[in-house]
Design a protein around this ligand. Structure first.
Ligand code: UDP
Length: 454
């Protein structure tokens, strides 16, 4: 009898991608795969291997809640609304297994933020593991959060912005999570409940790799009494393409446009799937791109500007940049980053985006928005020295300078050289005997050794 793994991705693009990569990786190691998914942002089963089983978990959330910009409030609402339906669906699957002697369930792999559903699985006697889709630094921060509150680092005080957080060096107060519209109480609760569930799980899987975060991983291993598996970069280890799990259809026509550009000349601009800005910032970015004189590929999501579902760029922008730029609603990001014409990536510093840039050796211009993005930007700029951070208000003159530095000046070239080293390290860790390769073997052995349901 084979073993079946159950996966519960959080329904946001930056969480869906790594979870499906993990499913693909473990499928290639012989596990049968079942995906539990919400109706909100649900995957299309036709995009995945026929042998995957998909089980819907009705979330019953009204559209007003689903379209909330407060991602943390939405995650709490999903946990609450899915708990009972997940209990029913999981219970049904387990009794089916007993009756039909199908593959026995080895464990459920949850996104770290599904705290309420993890509690359900444990009650039903199923082993759980947790995938944290961010990096090791952010998980250390999750664990240290109560202490940071107690010590007064949070809520962030303007007068303390440059102070070092001595518990989490090299983070400074300004690198701690910025909350755009979420309340500190709601964020603290999310982290506390997530960490509590990780501590009582059978293992923590992280989409990072040893050579970029070795001391941060050591710290997690010291603080947790469960096994930790750093098995990233996951997108380089799965056979699944990015398009398969994309919630928006990528505009492939930008690839032919990139073919017509000179090597390392284009700045690719994308702020991920959730970040949003005010209309003024969009205009300042447009001016920065126009005035830089460099070719660009800019992802302008329909909901990138707060309060609007459709964005029209100013008329002058098209006139100023004619023939030099492309604007698309969604890009095939991994393909774009691996294209030889791309010389820099202006990013919001989501962890997937950073890993994808590292794997293709593309230096970054960082404009973090919220959550772990500020801490990620600190590592890009200060620890790995492969990017420039745009601090404070986005303003056309500063963005124009930063783009020129990254694409065409010595400082940008030096970052590109250091990026080539990081890219090589990322490739090494997934090769036979590399740190992630060994951690995957270890993970597979541990899953196989888990006791069937108690
Ligand atoms: N992405 C994409 N096309 C785009 C923008 C983003 O395919 O035009 C993908 C990107 O490659 C990454 C994910 O969406 O895998 C975004 O995850 P990330 O952690 O970078 O940011 P988030 O969206 O969670 O803030």
């Amino acid at each position: 009898m084979g073993r079946r793994l159950l996966f519960v991705p959080l329904p946001f693009q930056g969480h869906i991608n790594p979870m499906f990569h993990l499913a693909s990786l473990l499928h290639s190691r012989g596990f049968a795969i079942t995906i539990f998914h919400t109706h909100f942002n649900s995957p299309d089963p036709d995009n995945y291997p026929k042998s995957y089983r998909f089980i819907p978990v009705p979330d019953n959330l009204p559209d007003t809640v689903r379209s909330s910009k407060d991602a943390v409030a939405l995650i709490h609402a999903l946990n609450k609304s899915c708990q009972a339906s997940f209990r029913d669906s999981l219970g049904e699957l387990l009794s089916e297994e007993e009756e039909e002697e199908e593959e026995s369930v080895a464990c459920v792999i949850f996104d770290a933020h599904w705290y309420a559903l993890q509690a359900v699985a444990k009650k039903l006697g199923v082993a759980t593991m947790v995938l944290r889709t961010g990096n090791a630094t952010s998980f250390n921060l999750f664990m240290a959060f109560p202490l940071l509150l107690e010590k007064g680092y949070l809520p962030i005080q303007e007068s303390q912005l440059d102070a070092l957080v001595s518990e989490l060096p090299p983070l400074r107060v300004k690198d701690l999570p910025r909350l755009m519209i979420t309340s500190l109480e709601s964020f603290t609760e999310l982290l506390a409940r997530g960490v509590e569930q990780v501590r009582t799980s059978s293992g923590l899987i992280l989409n990072t790799f040893d050579s970029i975060e070795s001391s941060e991983l050591d710290q997690i291993k010291r603080d947790l009494s469960i096994p930790v598996y750093p098995i990233g970069p996951l997108h380089k280890l799965s056979t699944q393409t990015q398009t398969q799990s994309s919630l928006l259809a990528p505009d492939q026509s930008c690839m032919a446009w990139l073919d017509s550009q000179a090597p390392k000349s284009v700045i690719y601009v994308s702020f991920g799937s959730l970040a949003f800005m005010d209309p003024n910032e969009l205009v300042e970015i447009a001016w920065g791109l126009a005035n830089s004189g460099h070719p660009f590929l800019w992802v302008v999501r329909p909901n990138l500007v707060h309060g609007s579902d459709r964005i029209e760029l100013p008329k002058w922008f098209e006139e100023e940049t004619r023939g030099r730029g492309r604007v698309v609603p969604w890009a095939p990001q991994q393909e774009v980053l691996s294209h030889p014409a791309v010389g820099g990536f202006w990013t919001h510093c989501g962890w997937n985006s950073i890993l994808e840039a590292i794997c293709e050796g593309v230096p970054m211009l960082c404009r973090p928005f919220f959550g772990d993005q500020t801490g990620n930007a600190r590592y890009v700029n200060h620890v790995w020295k492969v990017g420039i951070v745009l601090e404070g208000k986005v303003e056309r003159g500063r963005t124009e300078r930063a783009i020129k530095t990254l694409i065409a000046e010595r400082e940008g070239d030096e970052m590109r050289e250091r990026m080539a080293d990081l890219k090589a390290k990322a490739a090494q860790c997934t090769m036979t005997g590399g740190s992630s390769y060994l951690a995957i073997d270890n993970l597979v052995d541990s899953i196989l050794a888990l006791q069937p349901r108690s």
